[in-house]
Design a protein around this ligand. Structure first.
Ligand SMILES: *Cc1c(COP(=O)(O)O)cnc(C)c1O
Length: 360
């Protein structure tokens, strides 16, 4: 069997594969209404929120776009905290829709510094919203979202969070951290195929929504809310992915959130220790290393492209390379969702086997 260990799409357990192969049903019928109400209630448990939660048919980026266009107006000042590829994407979405985006940039591999966020908000009282990537998948960094959101709230700002590769795997209590819009996507820690983005919307986000004038049609939260009251979505949803998500949520809640987070932390520690014992080093500062994706710095003599090819062809292990400016410089192991200690041990063993052949 192939070991698909990229940070999404992630492998699906057999019960989920079975669920997504079910015959179609009427997405405006009673059975779908029961599924969407059940899924939404269980998502709220995993998001640890009483806020509204909507399931959008799109990849994660659609959820990021929805967060922006539903809460902001052209010309609004936005503080985008960027420490990698996906932070840049969030900033770009806001810019495309006409926000006045100020990027607070951090070197890739370093986390967002909460003190720098405080200073930026102090320096510019006109900022309306702060954009944050909870878990920066491109560099394997988990930001200190709790501190960042606490600061954003001291200044009474909206906080929009890309938690796409962290939520459901790393603790993110949406209500106690007062995050206004939080986005995740089905193909990451949720163990289901790509196709759904899940977003939570706070009371403060609804207040912003009432005044927000960025253009929106497909992403409109008011429309999502009106349809959800009838057990529907505004347009045809990815019905099969919903079938899978219903099963996934039962599995996640049966494991229990503390156990789920602890398993990811344990496996991530195993990955980091294993990588170091192979003589490689962790790309980010280890204190901020992610529990869902480990980014590894390629030693001088290691050819990342050759390493990935050998792993794939000789061992059936599929890992990710670096994105953007990190291509060829790092490689990444995704360890989120359906993963055990034995999976990560197999991956580490395979890496150890191919290093000599991938080194010059
Ligand atoms: C995967 C990912 C995205 C992009 O999600 P898509 O589903 O590919 O649109 C955005 N942000 C983060 C942090 C991610 O890990």
């Amino acid at each position: 069997m192939q070991q698909l260990r990229i940070p999404g799409p992630t492998p699906c357990p057999p019960d989920i594969l079975k669920a997504i192969s079910r015959q179609m049903i009427n997405h405006r019928g009673k059975e779908f209404a029961e599924i969407i109400h059940d899924v939404t209630a269980k998502l709220k448990e995993v998001f640890q929120t009483k806020n509204d939660v909507f399931v959008l048919t799109s990849s994660g980026t659609g959820g990021m776009e929805a967060a922006v266009v539903n809460t902001l107006s052209p010309g609004d000042k936005v503080l985008a905290t960027c420490c990698g590829f996906f932070g840049d994407r969030f900033a770009e979405i806001a810019r495309v829709y006409g926000a006045a985006v100020k990027c607070l940039d951090f070197e890739w591999g370093k986390p967002v510094d909460p003190d720098a966020v405080r200073k930026a908000l102090k320096d510019d009282p006109g900022v309306k919203a702060v954009l944050v990537t909870h878990n920066e998948t491109s560099t394997g960094v988990t930001n200190d979202l709790k501190s960042i959101s606490t600061i954003a709230k001291e200044f009474d700002k909206l906080i929009l969070v890309d938690a796409i590769s962290g939520l459901g795997s790393i603790d993110l209590p949406v209500d106690s951290w007062q995050c206004d819009v939080v986005v995740t996507a089905s193909q990451k820690g949720w163990m289901v195929p790509p196709g759904l983005a899940m977003v939570s919307v706070s009371e403060k986000a609804w207040q912003a929504h009432a005044k927000a004038s960025m253009p929106r049609y497909y992403w409109d939260f008011t429309s999502a809310k009106n349809y959800l009251e009838k057990g529907q979505t505004p347009t045809t949803p990815a019905v099969s992915v919903f079938f899978g998500l219903a099963v996934a949520l039962d599995m996640m809640l049966a494991e229990g959130l503390p156990n789920l987070f602890a398993r990811h932390a344990r496996i991530a520690a195993l990955a980091r220790d294993g990588v170091k014992s192979l003589g490689l080093s962790i790309f980010p500062e280890e204190r901020y290393a992610s529990d869902t994706v480990t980014a590894i710095r390629a030693a001088d003599k290691l050819d990342v492209f050759k390493l990935l090819k050998l792993l794939r062809e000789k061992h059936g292990v599929v890992l990710a390379g670096g994105q953007g400016s990190l291509a060829g410089k790092i490689f990444r192991i995704g360890h989120l969702g359906w993963i055990t200690e034995s999976d990560i041990k197999q991956v580490l063993h395979a890496i150890g086997e191919v290093i000599p052949q991938a080194s010059s």
